[in-house]
Write a protein that binds this ligand. Structure first.
Ligand code: FES
Length: 319
């Protein structure tokens, strides 16, 4: 669990937004405010059943008196979305983390394409709203299996602008053709995608084929190819204390740190949420997370200690 500050929140409303998707509106304690957030941010929910799950904020970043999440009831739920859909009720109190943003919007981009698949609309909606507010050139492509599974359509319609809706069942079951959708994008465009793994992969391929250089993705599940193993079987040096820790075979750096009494913020333990990001002072990490982009990976200045290991050199962390 996170070692950082937790906030008290109360569930004010829960609404059905689409088939299998509920919005959850959280409000702070009377007289308190929630911290500001930027479009693309997420928070951890500490559920009464002991699970911690992170969800993107989809309301306006101006609002400090509420956070709104969109939550899909995942058929493969390991207890998080199932609890929220079946047991969580209005009036319940929860502990939540402060917002974190691993999917920050470049508001100065010459133009922007936002691609959302299914519940991936939650961070994308917050980004689209912001760019519409700024009057910035933006195109939204929102894809679901059917219209009934598309959340927040009324709000998207109110925001107006260049919106392409794609429902597979109205297109012979076929997913959106992103390559042709990107063909008319301007040079310097920033492209963002949040959705299931297959869509993210198709998005990255289409960006490569159409020469889009500024590519941003947010995963809500670990990248299976990257998160195959956490390794272990090496030592890590902690610069501030001068300690050397042994990370035994099959153990994560995070757990070696926690076992040694080193306080490290963490949440998902799958390389998805960004909570355990740690500065690297020397050595070359073996990045296995789904948070860092290509430049951050090759820069080797930070790593997610919950899943990543060591590729070469002596790993020295700023801890
Ligand atoms: S704990 Fe979530 S990325 Fe490491």
């Amino acid at each position: 669990m996170s070692s950082k500050i937790l906030l008290n929140a109360c569930v004010r409303t829960m609404c059905r937004e689409a088939i299998g998707i509920n919005s959850v509106e959280l409000v702070p304690e009377p007289g308190a405010h929630f911290p500001e957030f930027s479009p693309g941010s997420h928070i951890d929910l500490h559920l009464p059943n002991g699970l911690v799950r992170n969800y993107s904020l989809c309301n306006s970043y101006h609002e400090k008196d509420r956070y709104v999440l969109g939550i899909l009831q995942d058929s493969r739920s390991r207890g998080g979305s199932k609890y929220i859909h079946e047991a969580l009720r209005c009036g319940a109190f929860l502990r939540i983390s402060e917002p974190r943003n691993n999917f920050a919007l470049d508001e100065a981009a010459a133009s922007t394409v936002l691609v959302a698949g299914g519940i991936g609309i939650t961070p994308i909606l917050s980004m689209f709203r912001r760019l519409r507010e700024l009057g910035a050139p933006v195109r939204l492509i929102y894809c679901t299996r059917s219209r009934g599974q598309a959340a927040f359509l009324d709000e998207i319609e109110k925001l107006g602008g260049d919106v392409q809706l794609h429902f597979d069942d109205e297109n012979d079951g076929k997913p959106v053709e992103l390559r042709s959708a990107f063909a008319s994008t301007l040079s310097g465009v920033h492209a963002y995608c949040c959705g299931p793994e297959a869509m993210l992969n198709a998005f990255e391929v289409a960006c490569g084929q159409t020469g889009i250089e500024h590519v941003h993705v947010e995963r809500f599940a670990a990248n299976a190819a990257l998160h195959a193993a956490t390794g272990g079987g090496f030592n890590v040096e902690l610069a501030r204390s001068g300690r050397t820790l042994e990370v035994s075979e099959g153990k994560s750096i995070l757990h070696a740190l926690l076992d040694a009494g080193v306080d490290v913020d963490h949440s998902c333990e799958e390389g998805v949420c960004g909570a355990c990001e740690t500065r690297v002072l020397s050595g070359c990490p073996d990045h296995r997370d789904s948070v860092l982009n290509v430049e951050q990976r090759s820069g080797n200045k930070v790593m997610m200690v919950c899943v990543s290991g060591v590729k070469s050199g002596k790993l020295v962390l700023d801890l």
